[in-house]
Ligand binder design. Structure first.
Ligand SMILES: Cc1ncc(COP(=O)(O)O)c(C=O)c1O
Length: 430
């Protein structure tokens, strides 16, 4: 191995030999601009450092888990204290009951809680529980919505059988007629409706929920004695200190949580109302690490901070400053941005950029100046991000816009698989 090889390039080469494809999942940088680092050596607050020691203000927050800042002291103190006592033991620690009580006290619709590791565990459990409720099979979902990487939900076809999805019926998000049609198709076999609190549409747009759609989902579940599942894995506690539809006056029977609930420690949860309690006892639900006490202690401390701090208002404030600043900046350089979704979960795309040429070049320009943005996925604002961080970000993005204006005519496009993915998504929708 050459001694002068940068550590990052070295890791990439070694990974290619011992990890299929060099990396997998959306954490792979294969679809990102070439300069995006695959490996990070440390993180603190709103910042992270790659394996070559380059520092970034991080707008991805680990794809969601970082809510209060990496290494947030109050959570880490709880982690250290629990670790000194024990973690994966022969049974759960008392902290499991404390956490279930805290979840039930925080989330209005919840009367009980069960814990697991990843969002996919929670959404898959929710489907089992909904089916166990009345012994029915059909689940209505919104098309092109990500609910995880199990056979029923993964967006890639590899290894998936038609049987894995035989009882899923798709509707269009925010389209009441399409939801009614899907429920009609399920007939007397409807087990549940499973939706995200708003529509995260990678590559395109984020759509906030329409009240009529949310209310109709509730009403149809009541009418058919089916369960309404809200998949809060990505948005949970980023929009509200409760379920994201609480303020709309729509409560689910089951809600799925993950990512931010333990501020980066591995934990997810299925919460349910009294109506679903009996059904939750029917499937066999477990995992070797689902009962480990350390992430639960992290979640108890995270929930306390959620209830007692002004984190939500702060992320809205910094998210708004970023969105407004970027909109003005883009316009001053002659570009037009499509910024959608809640400000604390921003998605930033360029208008008239179907091949993502502008977006890719712009995020590369920001990255080389220490700002980690994503060219097509929604991002996340953590509570550790300060107004000074936003000012620093805007100084750097201004320079990235200036580069873009200069280089736009001769830009190379993103990797061809991006265009293929976007075209396939458009095909699905027809
Ligand atoms: C809405 C939603 N549901 C489920 C999942 C799956 O979560 P995990 O990756 O932790 O399995 C995700 C992950 O991004 C998600 O965004």
């Amino acid at each position: 191995m050459p001694g002068d090889m940068p550590r990052h390039a070295d890791l990439m080469e070694r990974a290619r030999r011992v990890i299929p494809g060099g990396m997998y999942g959306h954490q792979s940088t294969a679809r990102l601009p070439a300069s995006f680092p695959q490996f990070f050596s440390r993180a603190e607050g709103a910042r992270m450092w790659d394996a070559d020691g380059r520092e970034f203000i991080d707008y991805m927050c680990g794809y969601g888990p970082n809510l209060f800042g990496y290494g947030f002291a109050k959570v880490e103190a709880a982690v250290d204290a629990q670790r000194a006592l024990g973690d994966s033991m022969t049974g759960p620690g008392p902290v499991m009951v404390e956490l279930a009580e805290a979840m039930v006290a925080t989330v209005a619709h919840a009367d009980w809680a069960m814990f697991c590791k990843n969002g996919t565990d929670a959404t898959s459990m929710a489907l089992l529980v909904a089916r166990a409720h009345r012994g029915r099979r059909k689940i209505v979902l919104a098309r092109d919505t990500y609910h995880g990487a199990a056979a029923w939900s993964t967006p890639r076809p590899g290894g998936v059988l038609p049987e894995d999805r035989a009882h899923l019926i798709y509707c269009r998000y925010n389209d009441p007629q399409s939801l009614e049609d899907a429920v009609r198709e399920a007939g007397d076999d409807l087990a549940g409706i499973c939706v995200t609190p708003f529509r995260h549409e990678t590559f395109r747009h984020q759509h906030l929920p329409e009240l009529e759609f949310a209310r109709l989902a509730r009403e149809l579940c009541d009418r058919h004695d089916a369960l309404l599942i809200l998949d809060e894995v990505r948005a949970g506690f980023r929009l509200a200190r409760d379920c994201s539809w609480h303020d709309l006056g729509v409560e689910p029977d089951l809600s799925c949580w993950g990512k931010a609930i333990a501020n980066g420690h591995p934990l997810s949860a299925l919460l349910g109302s009294e109506r679903a309690r009996e059904a939750a006892q029917k499937p066999y639900l477990t995992g070797s690490f689902w009962f480990s006490a350390v992430p639960m202690a992290a979640a108890v401390a995270t929930l306390k901070e959620i209830r007692e701090s002004d984190y939500l208002e702060r992320t809205i404030r910094t998210g708004t400053a970023l969105r407004d600043g970027l909109q003005q900046q883009a316009a001053s350089h002659g570009f037009s941005l499509r910024q959608t979704g809640p400000v604390q979960m921003p998605q930033i795309l360029f208008e008239e950029d179907d091949d993502f040429r502008l977006g890719y070049a712009w995020v590369e320009g920001a990255l080389k100046r220490g700002i980690y943005l994503h060219p097509f996925h929604n991002m996340f604002i953590c509570a550790a991000l300060t107004e000074a961080d936003v000012r620093e970000t805007l100084e750097k993005t201004d320079l990235a816009f200036a580069d873009l204006r200069r280089d736009a005519p001769g830009l190379q496009g993103p990797p061809p698989q991006i265009a293929a993915t976007v075209a396939a998504m458009a095909g699905d929708r027809r």
